[in-house]
Design a protein around this ligand. Sequence first.
Ligand code: SR1
Ligand code: MG
Length: 401
Amino acid sequence: MTSEAPTRTYRPLDARTVLDYARPDLAAPPTRAAEIGDGNLNLVFRVVAADGASVIVKQALPYARVVGPGWPLTLERAGIEARALAIQGDLCPGLVPALHRYDPAMAALVMEDLAGHLVLRRGLIAGRVYPRAPEALGRFCARMALGTSDLLLGPPAKQAQAARFANPELCAITERLVFTDPFRDAPGNAIEPALLPDARRLWRDAALRRAADRLRFRFCTRGEALVHGDLHTGSVMVTAEDTKVIDAEFACYGPMGLDLGMLLANLAMARLAHAACGHAAYATWLDAAAGTVWATFVAEVADLWPAGERWRRAFLGDLLPDVAAYAGAEMIRRTLGLAHVADTDGIAEEAPRLAAKRAVLTGGRALLLGAGRVRQFATLWCTALGAAGAGGAAAHGSPAG
Ligand code: SR1
Ligand code: MG
């Protein structure tokens, strides 16, 4: 192996050059590397050393990988991820991978290798049960939401921190791909042909489009807390015992309901996909998992809530409709937009695949249009699943339920 001089100039790594690159991060010489990234934006390498130790090197490309150089993208997203990881690690110990090194010149992060872990989405598709993940994710959302907000940081520190997380280019991706394109006939959309009539029906739905536009404005303007910004089940890695949240490059100061909404939407899509395939028992576990995410969030908020602020129930009551609306947008965009999910796309047989996708569209639309009436978690979840009578239950109950 030839050794290259350290460089201060950005260049994309490959499975050969990353061996030298990761040398300072491993005790023994690196011997093997493979590009293992399956995300939409970055290169991800696993580098293994002669003593068997390994690290992950994640490098931002100057464009969105899923589209190619035609969609240029800031390398600074690696810095956002490094800063977010540091804060997530402080507030949620054990729930994010350890960051060994951030290299701004190479837009690269060297991180703990979660070698025994699986991407949660893949585990859910395989029908595996993760007893600890829902509680861990509810805790993560609550600690990040309160711990980075005015409530626990105080306004001066919160504003200083928010200034370090200006992330306009990645926020623009979310504005476009989550809240805009899927609700109109936009060129970037990816729609399976049999669903075109369903898509056209949604595009003609003026109330739905208005709801998405309003939500986009809320996403842009409500810098309430440091949100992960892309908290779907592909941004979580799990074992039976352990849960780690990854991929924080979309982090920004945004609305507190966003992360919970995206996460619950992805659990709902997993649930609808399994139900369409007749996996009733697993669907029931996913119902319980979603309930545990919310219940843990509520309990953690109660633990963290500052003494003297006497409006915790109102806080949860205001948050839940937002969570519902973000969940609705996420469900629709993962079916009609550019970036889909394997939970539904991966169903090989056409009939259950279309049934699952139609159920996702129905649930997403109902959430977006009915968000303002959601007063309790059960209503949100039933609405996402298109359960009969969900709207009727909306006027009753408490956000803690
Ligand atoms: C061009 S990026 C497409 C999607 O991938 C990321 O994971 C985000 O979800 C983004 O919306
Ligand atoms: Mg990602």
